[in-house]
Design a protein around this ligand. Structure first.
Ligand SMILES: Cc1cc2nc3c(=O)[nH]c(=O)nc-3n(C[C@H](O)[C@H](O)[C@H](O)COP(=O)(O)OP(=O)(O)OC[C@H]3O[C@@H](n4cnc5c(N)ncnc54)[C@H](O)[C@@H]3O)c2cc1C
Length: 450
């Protein structure tokens, strides 16, 4: 059994996304004598940098079918509302669900079971449309009921990341802008730090504990470190997967109507996506049907999941397959229809995240590589936990993480099914052809809605 690190030790955190940044902040705050190095190839305050955590905006909600994540999200929301690092970047406009997967009803029941004083409601289609006439031409066919929570909303992603990055550097964490090349493994196979390339100069950062928070790059990074060590590899515990997003402009005369819209989730066979109301005169949409980019890894001699190497294929750009453009246009059309004319898609983005088969996070000490901790698998829902997730990583580091959480987020755990099937990638980006609508039984089909 691995011993606990010293509170005055040195910690190398690789990756400044939600997991890495939050870990650095909570580590410095709870252990002011710890030396914390935060390493990323891009600064945490740079916008549109290709990290999943860097975005135009993200949804913040505690509406979860799993009571455990609901509790954690409620705690995070308290901070979003009250902490000056986060609150200027949080907008509580409410969130409306139209879906056939029972997520709204499950959230509604969970709030009550947990004794949470919630304002969430189940609405009939007529009630929902009376409240939000902006959706009167939305395609809600197949939705069983609507669910609305006025206490959900969204966050300005790049702005919140930049604000927290500053707060974290202010605690005394040292940021190093560098590419991490691989872990340093000693002859016994334990991790003693990370080899980096800093503006072309190679050097080693030695640390008592190395915390790997590289999101969608986790599989590739471990493969590059020691391809000969199969015990080190992710071996299906997570995959790099993406979903397509778009930003759209709209005629100025629509502003009045659009700014009354809540965040909207559509979860029906013909539409799997979300929309976020205006920010900087733009609407944002996601299409949740994910995909991989499998690529050969020479060292391993097999394919692994990894984001494409071109930055334009993980940042906002036009460099996106036509079929994906059509899939996200389907979300736009089915959200606002002809009731809001003139919405025009401006740019696209494939947003790459690490996704685990059950969509639970991985926060654990690597069982066969001493001194290495993995904090990853945001699984398309991790961003809202920016203010708090690092607390749990620090607890895992020091052996104080509550047992149910330690079990849920373990590197080695039993998978008992997927929390949200549409997040599970079942196709590869290279195989995506023209969009012909989704099939009622799953996948791309010919029975597109009209
Ligand atoms: C389409 C989409 C929409 C989403 N929407 C929401 C939402 O609305 N609400 C929500 O709560 N969650 C959402 N999520 C999930 C959320 O974005 C992620 O769970 C979260 O951002 C993951 O953070 P991370 O720290 O694991 O990874 P990242 O944010 O990707 O950070 C990883 C970091 O590692 C760095 N890195 C990688 N390799 C190296 C290396 N070799 N050297 C140096 N640095 C390296 C990268 O530069 C990057 O900064 C969404 C995800 C997707 C894909």
């Amino acid at each position: 059994m691995e011993g606990q690190p010293s509170a005055t030790g040195t910690f190398a955190i690789v990756g400044v996304g939600v997991f890495g940044l939050s870990t650095a902040f909570h580590l410095r705050r709870s252990h002011p004598d710890a030396k914390v190095f935060l390493i990323d190839r891009t600064r945490g305050d740079r916008s549109n940098r290709g990290a999943a955590s860097s975005d135009f905006n993200k949804i913040i909600r505690a509406d979860y079918g799993d009571p455990l994540y609901m509790r954690l999200a409620l705690d995070a929301q308290e901070i979003w509302r009250a902490d000056p690092v986060f609150s200027p970047h949080y907008h509580e406009c409410g969130m409306l669900f139209a879906e056939e997967i029972g997520m709204g009803r499950a959230s509604f029941d969970n709030y009550r079971d947990l004794g949470v004083d919630t304002k969430s409601e189940i609405l009939s289609k007529e009630e929902a449309l009376a409240r939000f006439p902006v959706f009167q031409d939305a395609n809600w066919s197949g939705a069983k009921e609507n669910y609305f929570n006025p206490q959900s909303g969204w966050g300005e992603a790049d702005e919140a990341m930049a604000s927290f990055f500053k707060a974290t550097c202010d605690t005394g964490a040292t940021f190093i802008e560098a590419t991490a090349e691989k872990l340093i493994l000693d002859p016994e196979g334990s991790c003693s730090g990370v080899a980096i390339s800093e503006h072309g100069i190679k050097r080693n950062v030695y640390a008592d504990r190395t915390i790997l928070c590289v999101g969608a790059y986790t599989e590739q990074f471990l493969a590059n470190t020691a391809p000969e060590r199969s015990d080190l590899q992710v071996n299906g515990r997570l995959v790099a997967a993406a979903a397509i997003q778009c930003k759209a402009k709209y005629p100025p005369e629509q502003e009045e109507m659009l700014k009354k819209a809540p965040v909207h989730f559509l979860g029906m066979w013909h539409t799997h996506g979300e929309s976020i109301p205006p920010f900087k005169n733009r609407l944002k949409f996601n299409c949740e049907v994910s995909f991989t980019n499998m690529s050969a890894h020479g060292g391993l001699g097999r394919e692994i999941s990894v984001p494409p190497s071109a930055e334009s294929q993980s940042a906002w750009s036009q460099d996106v397959p036509e079929g994906l453009k059509q899939e996200v246009a389907n979300v736009v059309k089915n959200t606002y229809g002809s009731h809001v004319p003139g919405i025009e898609i401006e740019s696209y983005r494939m947003c790459w995240d690490a996704v685990s088969p059950d969509q639970d996070f991985i926060i654990d000490c690597h069982p066969t590589c001493q001194n290495l901790v993995i904090a990853s698998a945001g699984s398309f829902h991790g961003w809202k936990f920016l203010p708090t997730i690092g607390e749990y990583v620090v607890k895992r580091l020091f052996g104080t993480l509550e047992e149910p959480l330690a079990r849920k987020w373990a590197w080695n755990r039993e998978y008992t099914g997927s929390a949200c099937e549409m997040y599970e990638p079942t196709r590869d980006v290279k195989a995506i052809g023209p969009f012909k609508g989704w099939s009622k039984t799953g996948g791309v089909g010919d029975d597109a809605d009209g």
